[in-house]
Design a protein around this ligand. Structure first.
Ligand code: ATP
Ligand code: MG
Length: 255
């Protein structure tokens, strides 16, 4: 079984201008690609969030957790394809061999909103890693067995792939310095402290997957299933990603 060093989730809050619909942060995408290109030999699986593409489209069509109309489903899919292209273009411009895979092409939600990564999706990621590519999956709209479609957040994809590929670190890059407490970013959070912290953090307007609070729920799930360390860092600050990948993380460490 192939393992990876990092699952790195690039937040939509960093790779897009989240408050301006359908606006990629091209400068940030290219800088992050450059920082990744410096970590030669590391096996990295990329995940990315919807930012002002996925969230902006989803918010128009979601009702009770479901997108029902074919035109709404198609619109959210198209939004994520557009962001996928922006990310791909930025990485290619920096010479980083990104290999984007569409979760909606290989996953379906089962009863009760359950989802399982297996078969073709995992094998494609394994082959990409073996071939020196950087596999990438974005948050997506996934068809539901019961009809319609649901949103699968990048945070959830990240925690599922991190478990499957037994990574050393699951890292979330966002537009804030980590989990913010009353006096700035919290340096370290233990497993036992996590539920209390989740009660304190908030979401974000315009975000359909819970903002920081949704992310920490994914982290809690990850740790309860045997996940190792999690880092939440500021991907908008130059150098932070490169330092995290070279073993000098800044931000909030959770383990
Ligand atoms: N206590 C907190 N600490 C940090 N961020 C918080 C807190 N409470 C609320 N937030 C909000 O959560 C946001 C980060 O979550 P958000 O989902 O927007 O980022 P992301 O996951 O990178 O983006 P995307 O979902 O598009 O991938 C912050 O920008 C902030 O507005
Ligand atoms: Mg989010």
């Amino acid at each position: 079984m192939i393992e990876a060093d990092y699952v790195l989730k690039l937040g939509g809050s960093a790779i897009t201008h989240k408050d301006t619909p359908f606006s990629a942060n091209t400068a940030c995408i290219r800088r992050l690609a450059k920082e990744i290109s410096g970590s030669v030999g590391k096996r990295i699986i990329l995940v990315y969030g919807g930012g002002s593409f996925g969230h902006a489209a989803a918010i128009r069509h979601l009702s009770g957790g479901l997108v029902s109309s074919p035109s709404g489903i198609a619109e959210v899919r198209a939004a994520m394809l557009a962001l996928t292209m922006e990310l791909t273009r930025g990485f290619m411009a920096e010479g980083v061999p990104i290999f984007a895979l569409n979760p909606s092409s290989c996953l379906v939600f089962g009863n009760g909103g359950s989802i399982r990564f297996g078969g073709a999706a995992i094998e494609a990621i394994e082959k990409a890693l073996e071939g020196g590519l950087i596999p990438a999956m974005g948050g997506d709209i996934i068809l539901d067995r019961g009809g319609g479609a649901r949103i699968l957040s990048g945070d959830t994809i990240a925690r599922m792939l991190a478990l499957r590929f037994r990574v050393k670190t699951l890292a979330f890059g966002t537009d804030v310095d980590g989990v913010l407490g009353p006096s700035g970013a919290i340096r370290a959070i233990s497993r036992a402290e996590l539920p209390g912290v989740i009660g304190m953090v908030g979401g974000r307007s315009g975000d359909v997957t819970g903002g920081m609070s949704g992310k920490l729920a994914a982290v809690r799930d990850y740790l309860s299933r045997g996940g190792r360390e999690v880092l939440i860092f500021n991907a908008c600050k130059p150098g932070t990603l490169a330092r995290a990948l070279s073993g000098s993380p800044e931000g909030t460490l959770i383990k």
